[in-house]
Design a protein around this ligand. Structure first.
Ligand code: KG4
Ligand code: ZN
Length: 366
């Protein structure tokens, strides 16, 4: 079965072709293409994603990206058996471009349309590289918009914790911006921190931990972010510099290392508590921030010390892509979670969850 995945929830226009077969009673996946058109350069000059510009750029790119996914996979549009599309959460104007395209495509081909939640898609990327991944696991989603923990059972995601304020990616990006890193600064922060970790100086910088100690699985990153940004502003001003970008490299590396150490430590503390509270023996970590080399190492070690299995997608599948949407769609197919031409896009997690619940309740909206 060929599943076509479409993703446009933020600033990447993505399409993928996934071949799904049954092997020994389990789904087997073969990714035939996975095309991503990034708008990073367009938004970099504004220091963040501009929603209006993002949706226009999706509109301009989507046809060509889908054509490229089809061509790269070496198939024809008529070979598609189902279309999976991200319908929530995300920027509404961006989501609507993918949803409209997918609705038109599914309707013209006469194939099912599968509405996919972006967060669930991030976790589902893991299926593509871990064929033995069980249907029940603990998911830690760390991205630009989320730092959340879910209990996953047979593709049903139940949120058991999450950040009280900023997401981890947002925090990395905010601190990166003050140091003059191009948006989004997460990947550059990763590299700066790696150089900072080579020295001892970063250990002298004390930042407040994001992990709350009240027994909840709800970290808080805003205090930590402010604590990192304020001294950077002060140092920049004191030195009479025009921007934090002009601070000495070693200062930036030390701050990045200290910030990363505390952020990663806080995320791993909540991951540990979640494993202990739920007793779940398999952990999946996904989302853009799951690409962070320091977090990958620390989360892996945390799971190892708890004796639980740790699975995380390779770097290219951590960032937004259409393959993860197609994989999530494949899993949803067995529940008959299909949408019709009334499918809408939803910006919030709550609206997305409400829609999914309704869909599951009725089995099929046709
Ligand atoms: O999942 P994603 O591509 O988009 C959302 O759904 O939000 O995540 C994007 C986020 C950005 O905040 C970006 O800075 C962050 O992931 N990111 C990283 C790294 N690579 C991407 N953060 C820390 N370290 C990285 N290596
Ligand atoms: Zn994402």
């Amino acid at each position: 079965m060929i599943i076509f995945g479409v993703e446009s929830s933020c600033d990447d226009t993505c399409a993928a072709v996934l071949d799904v077969t049954a092997e020994n009673g389990r789904m087997a996946f073969r990714l035939l293409s996975n095309i991503v058109s990034s708008q990073t350069e367009i938004h970099a000059r504004y220091g963040g994603v501009v929603p209006e510009i993002a949706s226009r750029a999706h509109g301009e790119a989507i046809s060509a990206i889908c054509d490229e996914a089809i061509e790269t996979a070496g198939i024809k549009y008529t070979d598609i058996d189902a279309v999976a599309v991200t319908f929530a959460p995300g920027l509404i104007g961006s989501l609507l471009v993918g949803v409209s395209f997918a609705k038109a495509l599914a309707s013209s081909l006469g194939v099912p349309l599968i509405p996919v939640n972006h967060i669930e898609a991030h976790a589902s990327a893991t299926y593509l590289e871990y064929p033995g991944l069980p249907d029940s696991f603990l998911a830690l989603i760390v991205s630009g918009g989320h730092t959340s923990l879910y209990r996953v059972e047979d593709s049903v995601f139940t949120e058991i914790g999450g950040t009280r304020d900023d997401a981890a990616g947002e925090a990395f990006d905010k601190v990166g911006r003050v140091m003059g890193l191009p948006y989004p600064g997460g990947a550059a922060m990763d590299k700066l921190a790696a150089r900072g970790f080579l020295r001892e100086d970063y250990k002298k910088i004390k930042f407040p931990p994001p992990a709350t100690t009240d027994g909840t699985l709800e970290p808080s990153f805003s205090g930590l972010t402010t604590a990192a940004i304020t001294p950077l502003h002060n140092l920049t001003q004191k030195a009479g510099l025009e921007s934090g970008a002009l601070l000495p490299e070693e200062t930036k590396e030390d701050v990045a290392a200290a910030f990363t150490a505390v952020t990663v430590g806080g995320i791993c503390d909540k991951l540990r508590e979640a494993v202990e509270q739920t007793g779940i023996r398999t952990v999946v970590m996904a989302g853009g921030v799951a690409a962070n080399s320091h977090l990958r190492l620390a989360a892996g070690k945390t799971c190892e010390s708890l004796g639980v299995t740790f699975c995380t997608p390779s770097l290219k599948l951590c960032a937004d892509n259409g393959a993860m949407t197609a994989a999530a769609g494949a899993k949803l197919m067995k529940f008959g979670c299909f949408a019709d031409s009334t499918l809408n896009a939803y910006a919030s997690d709550e609206a997305a969850a409400e829609y999914t619940e309704k869909l599951r309740g009725s089995g099929d909206l046709h």
